[in-house]
Design a protein around this ligand. Structure first.
Ligand code: RB5
Length: 151
């Protein structure tokens, strides 16, 4: 699996820990930056990660900003992106198994790099293969909303 990463200055502190964890897990990293704590605009990085997933260059993404919120809102503007902030292990995995989450969003001013690495592991090792019927039904309803409301 190829994992696209993007962050602003507020999320940069988490990125290095996540890169190491992804490599340890045997996955490939596609790193869109930013690469310092100099101030940048989070939408620029969220757009790159969302586009990488939609084009098939990556299968999942992890976005980081100060809170996780700005990158999450931006990514969810793309059809086919299911992004969520998840700062606990249960949600990071359940978002994939129940809800087809394909981008995990994290806040560098909220959690530690150690917690971010654990969350990345929970997210990337969770699968939506063999999803139970009730989840498939609910995801289909979400898709209907997407088709109706996205141009
Ligand atoms: C940047 O200061 C900050 O607004 C950004 O990192 C993020 O927290 C937005 O949601």
């Amino acid at each position: 699996m190829i994992v696209a990463l993007g962050c602003d200055h507020g999320g940069f502190v988490l990125k290095q820990a996540i890169v190491e964890k992804i490599k340890q897990l045997g996955f490939e990293v596609l790193d869109f930056g930013t690469n310092s704590e100099d101030s940048v605009d989070y939408p620029d990085f969220a757009i790159k990660v969302a586009e990488a997933i939609i084009s098939g260059k990556a299968q999942r993404g992890i976005l980081m900003c100060g809170s996780g919120v700005g990158v999450c809102i931006t990514a969810n503007k793309f059809k086919g992106i299911y992004a969520s902030v998840a700062h606990d292990i249960y949600t990071a995995a359940q978002g994939v198994t129940h809800d087809n989450m394909n981008i995990l969003c994290l806040g560098g001013r909220v959690i530690s790099p150690q917690q971010a690495a654990l969350l990345a592991e929970a997210f990337l090792t969770a699968t939506n293969k063999g999803q139970e019927e009730r989840h498939v039904k609910r995801i289909k309803k979400v898709l209907e909303v997407e088709v109706k409301n996205f141009r």
